[in-house]
Design a protein around this ligand. Sequence first.
Ligand code: MN
Length: 249
Amino acid sequence: MRILVTNDDGYLAGGLRALAIAAGEFGEVQIVAPDREQSATSHSLTLHFPLRARKVEDNLTVIDGTPTDCVILAVGELLREKPDFVLSGINHGPNLGDDVLYSGTVAAAMEACILGIPAVAISYTGKTHDRLADWRPHLATLLRQLLVRTDFPAETLFNVNLPPIDPREVQGIKVTTLGRRAYVGSLTRANDPNGREYFWIGGGESTWWGAETSDFRAIHEGFISVTPLHIDLTNHRLLREIGEWGLNL
Ligand code: MN
């Protein structure tokens, strides 16, 4: 099995190494990852300047672009054969609920999905990331169950989050829905040393809510959360009702 591994934290991130090592149990791993931090770049695509690929190791190529660029270049040009599976992560931080709309980690898996390749995005919800290698046994167990499936659903990717606890304390795996997250106090308005006003998005506190089945709740209760995500954002349940609005010219 040929496995492409990528991320959005850049090729030096420990989570990328931990995932590549876990994936190595299942086949030939090639890493194509951004040359720097690309978190929260979502599904952005580089169209207005050229991209450079630099081979750092036999199985590691870095790109001066986004996670989506990495998947497109890897599949379209860099890899000898199309990968059987794309793994993205392990992200240094959660990708729960609304986070998936901003995440470069999830977008890389989504791009693979668009290219018809089964994909899994993996994120660690804790704050320190120096022990991600400890997750290898659990990751291998989970990946083994996903990678062997011959009925891997089309146009679907799996968004996996690992709880912020010792892997030995994990309660199990829950299949979840996306919850909701809101940030408070994450917008700073201040003046720079020259007296010019600036704004800075980041930091603050986040609160979450969601159904009993939500990813946040599973993580809160010490489970590994696995959310199947569909790339079709259409609100199918509303099609009939909106149709009855009689929108017309
Ligand atoms: Mn990231």
